[in-house]
Structure formats: C-alpha cells, structure tokens
Design a protein around this ligand. Structure first.
Ligand SMILES: *Cc1c(COP(=O)(O)O)cnc(C)c1O
Length: 230
C-alpha cells in the first residue's frame, strides 16, 4: 500500500473508533513517526495534510530539519541532557521528560531562547526495565520537584506500552494512565496544564483512542516496516 493509502486507512480507523466511543475525531492528532524514513517519503506524508511528525533521535531532527520544519516536530525518543541545546528551538513538544536533570536543562535552554517549552512526562506504565519513564507513583513528586521551572510547561503524559500481540492486553495500562492524567488535572501547579495523552502506536492505537489518547504516534502503519541498516 502507498503512504497515502496507509494514511487514509489510519484516518478512517480513527474516525470509526471515535464514533464507537462517542469522541470527536478532531481531538485526536495523528503524529507520523518518521524515524529512519527519508525526506522524499516524509514529503509524501506531508502532502497528505500531515501536520505533526515524530522523531526519536536528535541527529535525525537536525539532518531532516529543512524538510520537516513546516510541520510540528515532536521529540518522542529518549533525550540526552547534553543534546537539548540542539533541538530546543526546533521542536514543538518533547514527549520524553523523565528526570529532573533533563527538566533543568530544558528549562535553562528554553530561558536562553526566551520560550516556554511544552513537554509531556513519560511514564513507564508497566515498570519495564528496558523502557525509560517515571513510574506511575513517581509522577506527582516529580511535578512537585520541577514546579518552579518557569520555562517548562508540562502539558500531559506519554507512554510506550509493552508490546503485545493482542492489544487488548495493554488496555489496562492505558486506562491506568488516563486515570492519573485526570487526577493530576485537579492539582494546582502553575507550570502544569494537563491536556494531552500521548499513547498508542501502530499495534495498539485503537485501544489507546478508546481509552482517551489524543496524540497517537504511528510509524509502521504509515511508512511500512523500518530499515535500520541504512
Ligand atoms: C518508533 C516509535 C513509535 C512508532 O512505532 P510504530 O510501531 O512503528 O507505529 C511511536 N512512539 C515512539 C516513542 C517510537 O519510538
């Protein structure tokens, strides 16, 4: 299938699921995950009215910046503290805020650029050793620790669910994240405004939307299998 057909397919699935659970499909933003994808193929996606792209490596954002800069760029991968300075003025949202040292660096660089950087706190919903992110129980104390950082705004939560052949098995994690998202909405931190839940990838985005995701991150479902050897 072509990139256009894939995008059409994902969009019609989004519409269908939203109808089923009585949500407005306009509130679900499709992020095309462009990691490892060359700029010609990314261009095909941008031609289909894709406005949001996700990359997981600083170097790839730098390399492709000229071609993707008209879209909103989402940093969705693990972010090394010493690389924040390269992307601070290039990305619209950092999905992978997971530690105080990173928050400090983002805050410092954002201040230098006179901006407020939007971020999502990454949560490791299943406590997997192989994944980054805060444990569910640690999110609130983390927000407490960074509440004085004026050039950071936390606008929601992000998670990467465990891979399960049957995506029904991850519903419990999405439900759990939605629950703490709602709880945190009620707290009063001046640099927190809980609006976005970034959860759901090719394998599990339908369940994620049913459970309240408003950012879904789709790579394979748009571009096909990735080739990491190039
Ligand atoms: C690669 C990646 C995705 C997209 O994964 P697919 O299964 O190809 O849709 C989503 N989120 C993150 C953080 C990723 O690194």
């Amino acid at each position: 299938m072509s990139i256009k057909e894939n995008i059409d397919h994902v969009r019609s699935e989004i519409d269908e699921i939203c109808k089923k659970v009585d949500r407005d499909s306009n509130e679900v933003t499709l992020i095309a995950v462009t990691k490892t994808i060359d700029t010609a193929r990314i261009g095909q996606a941008l031609n289909e009215n894709i406005k949001d792209v996700g990359e997981n490596k600083v170097q790839e954002i730098m390399n492709k910046y000229e071609e993707i800069k008209d879209a909103k760029i989402h940093m969705i991968g693990h972010l090394q503290t010493n690389k924040v300075k390269y992307i601070i003025d290039k990305v619209s949202l950092i999905h992978s805020l997971d530690r105080v040292s990173l928050a400090k660096e983002i805050n410092k660089r954002a201040k230098q650029h006179n901006i407020i950087m939007d971020t999502l706190v990454q949560v490791n919903v299943a406590n997997e050793e192989t994944k980054f992110g805060l444990k569910v129980e640690a999110v609130e104390s983390f927000l407490e620790e960074i509440k004085h950082m004026e050039n950071i705004r936390v606008v929601g939560l992000m998670t990467i669910a465990p891979y399960e052949e049957d995506s029904e098995n991850v519903r419990i994690y999405f439900k759990g994240l939605k629950k703490i998202f709602e709880e945190l909405k009620g707290k009063d931190y001046s640099n927190v405004n809980m609006k976005y839940l970034s959860m759901g990838m090719t394998n599990d985005y339908k369940v994620a939307i049913e459970e309240g995701a408003n950012f879904i991150r789709i790579g394979t479902g748009i571009f096909g299998l990735r080739n990491y050897d190039k």
